[in-house]
Design a protein around this ligand. Structure first.
Ligand code: FAD
Length: 397
């Protein structure tokens, strides 16, 4: 049967673009359909044209030399030689209306007593609070780690599966340990999408996918496109809604995976208007925001930028601005530019691995792939590891 495309991917975040890249490199005619007006999803280097193009990361901000699948894509696209090292700046705690050092919250003796358990304590099947409370001590978990993990995943961390955080991966010694690009991480999705051999269409909100023999039909903007293989690379609630008829067991396996909504406020200031020393960001303790991530890792001569990740509904828009300025030791009148972004991250729970196993059993032997940041973990590399294995399943000869 002839089709419009060999492969259609829904979602142009890094998972979808990675899937498209792997398929295009295997010579498959690939189309990516994205609902928003830009590619990248959670990778979003928020650029302010009114500030001469100064940017701040509103989502993902750091890649590591342990990101093997990402690096293979960067190699393919000639991007590896353009990576920029991240400057050494540290995080501070924001607690009780004051900035404090991370060490101030560490119970050193408890940590030293507990740490040997890291070699014996099981991680699989346990929650973040159970596992890390074991290996660094209950008080360290309560006063420090809990907040640090919440800062990373921008949602309550206690019930999150421990194995979905900080997976050990081999490092590539020829690449800088922690890196970005001179225009921010958005250089990655932009370059994947611009390569020859794959097509990306933005502004395409997909709501129905139908089966067409072994393949699929996707209706977009009044046009119906057919494909032999299809990859869903969208958050779990969207994947559940888009699952075609006949994939009822797959839908049932993922239907109760939650999604955390994050209200991100991006603020830029003139460097001369901020007294705060350079920081990587703030880890908030019992606050309306989980964390703030700064642009200070790649210093700009004129501006400084910060993304504050707020709990949904915790504060109104003006109150968010005032709280963020308070944490930075400044006032709203010094803001040079601002933007608001809605981020979404999966809210995984223990037992997640069994859910993924059930999904994979139902997908085996079909031409439907499902990928995203809700399989192995939320990092860019976790997402690409899933995209790679799904691409192998669909296209390996
Ligand atoms: C604040 C924050 C900081 C982070 N920091 C880091 C970091 O430093 N390092 C790191 O490795 N990871 C980090 N992450 C995690 C990482 O950035 C994300 O997990 C990853 O980028 C997600 O990619 P994805 O493609 O799976 O999902 P998404 O980026 O969510 O992409 C899904 C795409 O699908 C589109 N879509 C949704 N519905 C439809 C539809 N119906 N039709 C068509 N398209 C649709 C969306 O618009 C979106 O573009 C961070 C995440 C956040 C939010």
């Amino acid at each position: 049967m002839s089709t419009d495309f060999d492969h259609i991917v829904i979602g142009a975040g890094i998972s979808g673009l990675g899937s498209a890249h792997f398929a295009a490199r295997r010579g498959r005619r690939t189309l990516v359909l994205e609902s928003s007006d830009r590619v990248g999803g959670c990778i979003n280097s928020q650029t302010f044209p009114e500030l001469g193009g100064f940017w701040t990361e509103a989502g993902g901000h750091t890649c590591f030399n342990s990101y093997g699948n990402l690096l293979s894509i960067l190699d393919d696209l000639g991007l590896t030689r353009h990576v920029q090292p991240k400057g050494k700046v540290g995080y501070l705690l924001w607690k009780g209306g004051q900035r404090a050092s991370i060490l101030s919250a560490l119970h050193l003796w408890e940590a030293m007593r507990s740490i040997p358990k890291i070699f014996s304590a099981p991680k699989e099947g346990r929650s973040v609070s159970a596992y890390y409370g074991d290996v660094l001590g209950r008080r360290n978990y309560r006063d420090l780690l809990r907040h640090a993990f919440q800062a990373v995943i921008c949602q309550p961390a206690d019930d999150y599966p421990a194995e979905a955080l900080f997976r050990r991966k081999p490092r590539r010694k020829d690449v800088i340990k922690a890196f970005t690009f001179s225009t921010g991480l958005s250089a990655i999705p932009a370059t994947i999408a611009a390569q020859q051999g794959l097509e990306v269409r933005t502004g395409q909100q997909i709501s129905v996918i139908e089966r067409d023999g072994d393949g699929f039909r996707v209706t977009t903007g009044g046009e119906t496109l057919s494909c032999g293989s299809l990859t869903l690379a969208v958050p779990p609630d969207v994947a559940t809604a888009l699952m075609p008829a006949g994939f009822d067991a797959a839908r049932a396996a993922i239907t109760d995976i939650g999604v955390a909504e994050i209200e991100t406020l991006v603020l830029a200031f003139r460097t001369s208007d901020l007294g705060l020393k350079p920081i990587a960001g703030l880890i908030a303790v019992d606050e309306a925001f989980y964390s703030a991530v700064s642009r200070d890792f790649l210093a700009d001569p004129s501006y400084r930028g910060f993304a504050f990740h707020f709990r949904p509904g915790a504060l109104g828009e003006q109150a968010q601005i005032e709280r963020a300025c308070l944490a930075l030791g400044t006032t709203p009148r010094h803001i040079a530019a601002q933007a608001r972004v809605r981020n979404r991250l999966p809210a995984l729970r223990t037992g997640h691995t069994a859910r993924v196993r059930r999904l994979d059993e139902t997908l085996a032997g079909t031409r439907l792939a499902v990928t995203g940041n809700w399989f192995l973990g939320v990092s860019i590399e976790d997402a690409l590891t899933r995209s790679r294995s799904e691409s192998d399943r669909l296209f390996a000869v």
